[in-house]
Design a protein around this ligand. Structure first.
Ligand SMILES: C[S@@+](CC[C@H](N)C(=O)[O-])C[C@H]1O[C@@H](n2cnc3c(N)ncnc32)[C@H](O)[C@@H]1O
Length: 225
C-alpha cells in the first residue's frame, strides 16, 4: 500500500532538501529535536525515501537500515551515500548541528542496507523484534488513512524496538483540501499510540510551517519501556 506521497522519487529528491535549506518548514525543528537522542548502534528509518542522511546529521548511529516501499527512492539514497558529498541543504544542516563534512562521510558509511517493504500494510516488518535501538519515520505514518490504521502501523513500526530504545519522527499535516483519505493526527492519537506500544513520550509538539500545502507538522521523541 503506497500512501499518497507528495512527489515521485526524482521530483521529491529535487524539491526538498536540495538547494538552499528551506527554513520555516519544520526541518530545523526536527534536526534540533533529534540532537537529544543518545548515540545508538542500530537505527532503522522507515519510509526513508531518499532522505535518511539528512536526518542522520544530528544523530550518532553506527548502523543504518533504510526501509521504503519504493526501490527508486532507496536507489537514490544508496547512490548519494556512496558519493559521501552533502548537497547544499545538507551543508546548512551540518552547520546547524555543528557537524563537519567528515562527520557526514561517516554517516554515509553507516548506511548498512536498504529494504523494500510495505510499512503500512499488515505483515510484520522484516526486522527481528527488539533488534533496533532507534526507529524513525519522517512523513510515513501520516499517510495512514484513519486512526485504527495509524495505530496498527505505529504498533508494527515499533515492534523491532529494543527495551530502552528510542523512537523519533515527524508527520506533516496537509491543508484541508489535501486532507482527504489521510488520518487526522491529534495529540490524543499520538499518546494512544505511544501507550499502546509501551513507549514513553519525551517530546510531542505541533510545529507551524510556512509550507502552504502542509501548514504544520507533529514532531515526537519517545523511549521504549
Ligand atoms: C513524505 S515521503 C518522506 C520521505 C523521507 N522520510 C523524508 O523525510 O523526506 C514518504 C515516504 O514514505 C514512503 N512510503 C509510502 N507508502 C509506504 C509504505 N506503505 N511503506 C513504506 N514506505 C512507504 C514513500 O515512498 C516516501 O519515501
Amino acid at each position: 500500500m503506497n500512501g499518497k506521497t507528495v512527489h515521485d522519487a526524482d521530483p521529491y529528491w529535487q524539491t526538498y532538501y536540495n538547494d538552499a535549506f528551506q527554513f520555516g518548514m519544520g526541518a530545523e525543528d526536527i534536526l534540533q529535536a533529534l540532537a537529544a537522542v543518545p548515540a545508538v548502534h542500530t537505527w532503522c528509518d522507515l519510509g526513508s525515501g531518499s532522505e535518511s542522511l539528512l536526518w542522520s546529521i544530528p544523530l550518532t548511529a553506527h548502523h543504518l537500515i533504510a526501509v521504503d516501499i519504493d526501490p527508486e527512492r532507496l536507489a537514490i539514497l544508496s547512490r548519494f551515500a556512496a558519493r559521501r558529498q552533502p548537497r547544499p541543504a545538507y551543508e546548512t544542516a551540518l552547520t546547524l548541528c555543528n557537524r563537519t563534512r567528515a562527520d557526514f562521510a561517516q554517516r554515509c558509511r553507516a548506511l548498512a542496507g536498504t529494504i523494500v517493504a510495505d510499512c503500512l500494510a499488515s505483515p510484520a516488518l522484516p526486522l527481528a523484534p527488539a533488534s533496533t535501538d532507534l526507529i524513525t519515520q519522517f512523513g510515513l505514518l501520516g499517510l495512514t488513512t484513519d486512526p485504527p490504521h495509524f495505530l496498527d502501523a505505529w504498533r508494527r513500526a515499533h515492534a523491532p524496538l529494543a527495551p530502552g530504545g528510542w523512537c523519533a519522527g515527524a508527520n506533516w499535516i496537509p491543508e484541508p483540501s489535501r486532507q482527504h483519505g489521510r488520518v487526522a493526527l491529534t495529540d490524543r492519537l499520538y499518546r494512544h499510540a505511544f501507550a499502546d506500544a509501551g513507549i514513553r513520550p519525551h517530546l510531542l509538539r505541533r510545529v507551524a510551517s510556512s509550507d502552504p500545502q502542509f501548514p504544520s507538522l507533529w514532531l515526537y521523541l519517545g523511549r521504549k519501556q
